[in-house]
Structure formats: structure tokens, C-alpha cells
Design a protein. Structure first.
Length: 154
């Protein structure tokens, strides 16, 4: 069953919805974050993950280009990101922004619950500025550096 839905009042993380912002898989996407009491309401939109802060999250993603068999095959998708004045935002949306997402939900055999949701548009109600993460998720503390010769004659 294909349908368009609105997911309201969620926090956004990892917003990558424009050319040049693709995620590590080469797709457009974002993560929605919400409290545990909304699990039943939002579980139909994708696989729910428990986040480090105790809240729940769902990753929503889509291919960057329209697929074959569509009028716009091969063209880059435009996913509008607007504010409450319905003006398109030009700045990148940062983690912790809050708003609503318009999604296209469809059956998918590869999805955890048999349904997958792709973002179609984003309404940002509370904007947080994007701040790039400069670490690589490695411990960058004062740990000593050790080197060891490697025997390459296995």
C-alpha cells in the first residue's frame, strides 16, 4: 500500500537532502528522533533504533535521482526544506532542529517491518545551525602512540 503521510513534531539528525550532502551510502536522508511514548504511532514508518540519549530514531532515505520508468528519470530529486513562512531554507539544517516530514511510504521486502518511508519534504519549525563534526568517532584523547613493525612475509 503506497501512501503519503506526515510525521509531525520530531527532532532531526543527520539531515542530508541536497546535492553535495549525500550520506555515506550516496543517498539523501535524515534521521527523525522522538520519545519512546511515540513508538506505536511511528513504527509503521521504518525500523526503530534506540539512540544513545534513550530516545528512539528512524532513518528515512531515498535515492538521489529519480528511477527509470518515471517522467523525471535520471534527474536529481529536489526535496524542499522550508520554514514556517513556507520559504525554502538555503542553510544546511543542523542536528536538533524540530519540525515535520512529508514521507512516501511503500511496501519493501528489504525493510525490517515490510514498509519503507522516503522523505518528500521537510518543514523546519525550530532551526538549529549545522555544525560539522570534525572528529572521526575515534578516541582523540592523550593516549600514547605506539608503533610496531609489521612482518609483511605472512
Amino acid at each position: 500500500m503506497n501512501k503519503v503521510d506526515y510525521i509531525r513534531n520530531v527532532k532531526f539528525n543527520f539531515v542530508c537532502l541536497r546535492p553535495g550532502e549525500e550520506d555515506k551510502f550516496g543517498k539523501f536522508g535524515l534521521q527523525i528522533e522522538f520519545s519512546a511514548d511515540r513508538r506505536a504511532e511511528l513504527q509503521c514508518f521504518g525500523s526503530i533504533k534506540v539512540l544513545d540519549n534513550g530516545n528512539l530514531g528512524i532513518n528515512l532515505n531515498t535515492q538521489t535521482k529519480y528511477g527509470t520508468g518515471t517522467k523525471r528519470a535520471g534527474q536529481v530529486k529536489h526535496i524542499p526544506i522550508i520554514n514556517t513562512s513556507k520559504e525554502e531554507l538555503t542553510e544546511r539544517v543542523g542536528d536538533g532542529s524540530v519540525g515535520d516530514v512529508k514521507v512516501f511510504t511503500y511496501a519493501s521486502q528489504s525493510a525490517h517491518n515490510g514498509m519503507k518511508s522516503a522523505p518528500m519534504a521537510v518543514l523546519v519549525r525550530t532551526f538549529e545551525k549545522y555544525v560539522p563534526n570534525e572528529s572521526d568517532d575515534f578516541d582523540l584523547g592523550e593516549a600514547p602512540v605506539t608503533t610496531q613493525e609489521v612482518n609483511d612475509n605472512f
